[in-house]
Structure formats: C-alpha cells, structure tokens
Ligand binder design. Structure first.
Ligand code: LRH
Length: 460
C-alpha cells in the first residue's frame, strides 16, 4: 500500500499508531498498534515514561511496515504543555514530568498579582493553569534545577519524539501555544515573558507551522524501522486537540466542538483570539490551531475521573466491564452534581474517596455503588458542558447552534445522551478517531494530495 501516512497519537491514557491512505476522496484508516501510556510516581514526582513511549512508537511503525504499508510521512501529536530538555549533544536531560505533578501547586497565584493577570491574558490569550509549561518552568527555575542550567533546547512532547526521529529540534506552533509563553496575536514567543522568568532565550527555538516538514528520518532510524530514507516527519497540528478539531466536520454555522477524552475541550474555532476580561474570567483559552486558526475553548476535566475509577476498581478486583458500568449507571437515580474541575480530582490517590469526600463536604448524596459513582461523574460532565455553552453564548456574536463531540469519549452513549438532554441544541457524535484523522489530513495537505480538508468525503 503506497503513499501511507502514519499518525502517531499519544493521549494521556494510551497511544496509537494509525496508517492511512486517500483514494478519490475516501480516507482509509487502520489502527496498527495501541499501547498504554502510564504515569510513573517516583521519588517526589510524577513522570511520563518517555523511553518506553519512544520504543512503543517504533514498534508501531515497524508493524505498519511489516503489514506492507509503504510509509510516505509520519506526523506526531500528543497531549499539551509537557516537555523535555536536551543538552548540546541532544541527550535527554530527564524524563518529562507529568503536568499532574504537584510541583506547580500555588505558583500562578505567586507569579501574578491581580492586574498583571489581565495584561498577561491580553498578550498570551491562554487561561492561567498551574499545569502549563510556564509554571512548570517557573518551579524549576525557583529551585535552581540543574537540568535548566545545562539545557540547550526545550522541546514539547511531539517536538521531542520528532527530534529523536529526525535529529532536527524545532517547536511546532499549536503545541507551543499550550505553554502560555506565546503571543496570541503574533503567534511567536513572548520574549519579555521568557525574560521575566529568567530563562535563556535560546532554549526556545524556531516555531514551525502545521504542514511544515520537520525533517527526514535519521539513517539509523530508517535501518531500525525498515523504511526508506525519504520518509519525512511532518509537523502536524501536534497538540492532540488541534488535530482533533481540524477533523470536525465543517458543515453548519455556529457549531461548537467537544473533543472528548482524558480531557474535555469545549469551544469554537475562530480566526482571531478573544482577549477580553470577560473571556479570561469565564476561563477561556485561545490555543493555536491548524491553518493559523484559534481554538477558543475551556479545558474541562474529562473522562479522566472515569478512567481513574476504572483503574482503581481493577486493582481492587471489582467489576470493570464498561458496558456493565454504563448500564448500572443508566439505571441509577443519584442526583449529585460535582464540580469536575475541582482540584480534589486532579490527581488523587483514590478517586472514589475524592468524589465521596466532595459530596459529603457539599451536603450531596454520596455515591453508594459503582453505578452511582459513574452516573454522578457523567451527569456532572454533562452539566459542565451546558455551563460552557452558556458561557460561549455570552461571548460570541451568535449563539452556538450545534455541538460536535469527537474523540474516544464520543463512544460513551450515556454521556452523549445526558449531554444532549441538558444542552438543548442538536448534538452530533464522531468521528471517534478525530485526532488521527486531523493528523493525517495535515500530512496529505503537505504532500499536496488534497487541497483542503473538505475534499475528504468519506472515512472508512
Ligand atoms: C488533551 C490535552 C488538553 C490539555 C491537556 C494537558 O489531551 O492536550 O488539550 O492541553 O492535554
């Protein structure tokens, strides 16, 4: 199978390698390999296991080659904000720390006083969140972290994977925008902000736009993977959300998207950022998108809570069959609605206890069964989406008329139903593999095989 595009998509809970080709407007997509992405608690931190992930990516690419795919290019996307530091020789100075690590707790409040916050938002357009790269770097700087002292370049996760495939260090625009270190209008590094953090400017490299060739695969990588030396790594919308939103069907005006996975990203695509105080106060962020678009959205804690509950129940030897859990949740009558974005749910050791504790504290009915627990999480998400749409309506010139749920989370029929019951506008689900599709579309555009994303009529 000639002219295959490979999408490597790393999510917070799992990663996958997908192979795709395009014939007469039909995109054929096959999942080649899927692997878990685990957070590792060690010492005082929570890390990603970068080395294992790199190996898994190579395994996936090798399997695609073994299945007869002739690879034309590769695009990599990952979750946002996290990064690795490399030295002058290109050595990785440490395993990337996970954004759920507590090292940034309380830092936004320390870094900004009130008025500075508004000015900062007016420049970066990014919602101040402790998880963002800005605060991760600030925490390292404050502690005089040795890695920072010797680092030559900062590479966000997709940049880092691409670097070890190609040897070319660059920073892709969409992922860089999640750092809270870019200027939302000029779409380049905010050098004054970097200076105020006391960081070396040279850590932050050339920003490349989606569709740019990052580089060709290194010779030794080609030998290891059994692919031609002509294979290129393309900078796609390398923040997973940017790829997912690029795949949202264009039909209809005033549509909002909900990219549903570990996180729920709810918003709209715009040509220019909204940098007003109202937008900041309502918790909206202006992330960089494919084609210079802006994703005006809220970062909502998504299916993370459910993922944690299931992982925990598995360890406890309880029932974890997804269909069973959804059916019992559907029958359950608990009415408790929790604030899914509460800090208590960010990375608790015990998610079930965190939910029970929250309900007790607020005088709500405490879930007494697995079904009630799942029901409580899903209806709380649905309510949060309703709130997000109402907030969007207050900020946009015209109200949202339809909601498109994409990503793995759109397979959750109960959540889709609960959402459509409360939002009061038509809800469409799919595509499930939006991130991989968005990733592939940018590669096909870069190769000149399609001229715009609407050329794709059908996806198999
Ligand atoms: C979702 C996501 C989201 C946030 C978070 C850290 O996977 O990319 O957009 O940036 O991860």
């Amino acid at each position: 199978m000639n002219n295959t595009y490979l999408a490597v998509d790393f999510g917070g809970g799992s990663g996958r390698v997908m192979a795709a080709s395009i014939h007469r407007g039909i995109l054929k997509l096959e999942e080649i390999y899927r692997f878990p992405n685990r957070q590792v608690r060690m010492g005082n931190h929570i890390y990603w296991d970068f080395l294992a992930l790199f190996e898994e990516m190579k395994t996936g690419i090798r399997q695609a080659v073994r299945r007869g795919y002739s690879v034309r290019s590769i695009g990599i996307d990952t979750w946002g904000v996290d990064f690795g530091l490399i030295d002058k020789e290109g050595n990785l100075l440490g395993n990337p720390v996970c954004y759920r690590d507590s090292r940034t707790d309380g830092l936004p409040e320390e870094f900004f006083d009130g008025p500075a916050l508004s000015a900062h938002y007016a420049e970066t357009g990014i919602q101040v969140m402790a998880i963002n790269t800005l605060f991760q770097l600030y925490s390292m700087q404050k502690k005089g972290d040795a890695q920072l002292e010797v680092a030559d370049r900062l590479l966000f996760m997709p940049d880092l994977f691409s670097y070890y495939l190609t040897g070319v260090p660059n920073n892709e625009y969409c992922i860089a925008s999640t750092s809270e270190l870019l200027d939302a209008r000029t779409r380049t590094w905010n050098r004054t902000l970097i200076e105020s953090l006391g960081l070396r400017q040279s850590l932050f490299g050339e920003i490349v736009m989606p569709g740019t060739v990052r580089g060709k695969l290194k010779k030794e990588i080609c030998e290891e993977l059994g692919v031609s030396e002509e294979v290129e790594v393309i900078a796609v919308g390398s923040h997973d959300t940017s790829s997912a939103v690029f795949a949202v069907p264009e039909a209809g005006k005033n549509r909002a998207f909900l990219s549903s996975g570990t996180w729920s990203l709810l918003g709209v695509e715009l040509d220019e950022p909204i940098l007003s105080e109202e937008a900041r106060k309502a918790g909206f962020t202006n992330e960089g998108g494919v084609g210079g678009k802006i994703r005006f959205l809220q970062n909502i804690t998504g299916l993370w809570m459910l993922q944690r509950l299931i992982a925990q129940w598995k360890e406890e030897g309880k029932e974890t069959d997804y269909e069973y859990l959804m059916t019992t949740a559907e029958k359950s009558e608990i009415t408790s609605v929790i604030d899914v974005d509460d800090k208590a749910f960010q990375s608790p050791m015990d998610m079930e206890a965190a939910i029970a504790g929250y309900c007790r504290k607020h005088g709500y009915q405490v879930p007494a069964s697995q079904g009630e627990c799942v029901r409580c999480v899903l209806q709380s998400l649905a309510q949060r989406y309703k709130q997000g749409i109402e907030q969007l309506n207050r900020l946009l010139p015209a109200p949202v008329e339809q909601l498109h749920i994409v990503g793995g989370g759109c397979r959750n029929h109960l959540l889709n139903r609960l959402t459509s019951e409360v939002v009061g506008i038509p809800v469409y689900a799919g595509p499930v593999e939006a991130t991989a599709i968005g990733n592939i579309l940018v590669q096909a555009l870069a190769a000149g095989e399609i001229k715009d994303r609407n050329e794709i009529k059908e996806i198999i």
